[in-house]
Design a protein around this ligand. Sequence first.
Ligand code: COA
Length: 251
Amino acid sequence: MSEHIILERRDAIQVIRMNRPDKKNAITRAMYASMAAALREGDADASVRVHVVLGVPGAFSSGNDLADFMAIATGGEGGMEVYDFLIALAEAEKPIVSGVDGIAVGIGTTINLHCDLTFATPRTEFRTPFVDLGLVPEAGSSLLAPAVLGRQQAFALLGLGEGFSAERAKAAGLVYDVVAEDTLETAVFAAAAAIAAKPPEALKIARDLMLGSRETLVARIKEEGAHFRARLKSEEARNAFIAFMGRKKAG
Ligand code: COA
């Protein structure tokens, strides 16, 4: 288990909290592994009715740990933990509610495309700089974002790397509601409690009907992953990681 993932049970709600504030919740391989296990264990536990995913104040997540990317870019081995997590997310059998405050970069944005309800705060900005980093969209976002946001907004997000404010994200369909920072968790837990109070069998069928088969989504996650791993070793990506690592010295 990763020390940076805090798991908690609140009645029928399973809470998965990313807690690495000094790195703005950059996600490491160990964190992916812990979150994948938590999703699967929560799905298998009949007393869990809903998953909640949270970050820390001001940072939902700054995305994949760039030091881990750099290790692959310079010839190291990457793990498959991220894909295991993404597949657990895509195949989750129970509803997922996320609460996003502040930074939501890369996978910190795309996780939310797998959530049934996402709450954000006014200071939240969603951003996926994949192309700017020499990379490609991941987490099934190349499939989900056009479906959720429409082609043009999806291109702005995934192709241009434009930042989406919470309000823009709500208008585009990525966010269920925007609430004040100090009421974020209250809103998230109220929604999760409302989900937990529904008849679980009927809710599961309703959700499965809305989501349809996840096979195509999982296949897309794998297809994106093959491109992503190849791109991590590209010169474009290596230069972008070196620029990030060196930015404070340069500044
Ligand atoms: N991976 C590893 N470390 C990261 C990180 C990431 N994705 N994002 C931030 N950090 C680290 C920083 O290196 C810094 O560490 P340090 O204090 O040891 O130098 C610390 O977290 C705080 O980040 P900082 O950049 O000082 O905070 P900020 O508020 O000025 O900016 C971000 C926050 C998220 C906008 C900025 O850190 C950033 O752009 N990060 C990279 C995001 C990214 O490209 N993610 C991958 C997407 S695929």
